[in-house]
Design a protein around this ligand. Structure first.
Ligand SMILES: Nc1ncnc2c1ncn2[C@@H]1O[C@H](COP(=O)(O)OP(=O)(O)O)[C@@H](O)[C@H]1O
Ligand SMILES: [Mg+2]
Length: 213
């Protein structure tokens, strides 16, 4: 059975696909068997993979009008030590992806709306957790942060009030935007640059949390 990491957030444009692709690449670089499931009908992760530069397989498995049990069976048929699921921001698709997850990463940027959407995402997780025996772990990921702004500095403090783990922040960096344009992960587009180091720090946190009982 694969260990499943779901990247979810009720709001679009917060960096779900960016974080899903970059964390998958870093986990692959560390020697994990890992595949990315693109469960978003917008297909951003699949488009990212199209130039053939990513170091791991991307499987397009959208929920669409399928039943959740059929979708779940299709996802679980992918043979890999780790599966990372990039999700659409709607409730049905998020619920299905969260129900499978051992670990949920919730990206959040410095806008009041994101903090509200994070509360909504955590409410969906709480509902799923209540129906499950195994608790899913949660990491909030401050993303596209500008520490020069007051909003940027406040975001981390604000996220800490949710009582979940908060990952080291990921800054607003053009390397993330450009790596998508070239179809690469930041690890291969900008190796040993700040964006790469930030993803490595996130991967350290993910590995730590997964190693805990
Ligand atoms: N840390 C970051 N720094 C700069 N741009 C970012 C960062 N994270 C995401 N982006 C950009 O923000 C936009 C939305 O990101 P994306 O990963 O597609 O979000 P989502 O999947 O949540 O809709 C994209 O243009 C992406 O390149
Ligand atoms: Mg996306």
């Amino acid at each position: 059975m694969s260990t499943i990491i779901t990247v979810a957030q009720r709001k679009g444009g917060v960096g779900k696909t960016t974080i899903a692709v970059c964390i998958t690449a870093e986990l692959a670089r560390r020697g994990h068997g890992v595949a990315l499931i693109d469960a978003d009908p917008q297909r951003s992760a699949s488009l990212w993979a199209e130039p053939g530069q990513l170091e791991f397989p991307v499987h397009e498995i959208g929920l669409g009008s399928d039943s959740i049990s059929v979708w779940t069976r299709d996802v679980l048929s992918v043979q890999s030590e780790l599966l990372v699921i990039d999700t659409a921001p709607n409730e049905r698709e998020m619920g299905a992806s969260i129900a499978l997850a051992n670990l949920i990463l919730i990206p959040c940027t410095a806008s009041g709306l994101d903090v509200e959407a994070t509360a909504a995402t955590l409410a969906i997780i709480a509902a799923v957790r209540a129906r499950r025996r195994l608790p899913a772990k949660v990491i909030l990921v401050p993303n596209r942060l500008d520490v020069r702004t007051l909003e940027g500095r406040q975001l981390v403090q604000e996220l800490q009030t949710f009582g979940e783990m908060v990952a080291p922040a990921i800054s607003a960096r053009s390397a993330f935007v450009r790596s998508f344009a070239t179809g690469q992960s930041v690890a291969s587009f900008a190796p040993d640059e700040p964006a790469d180091f930030e993803i490595r720090a996130l991967a350290d946190t993910v590995e730590d949390v997964l190693a805990r009982p």
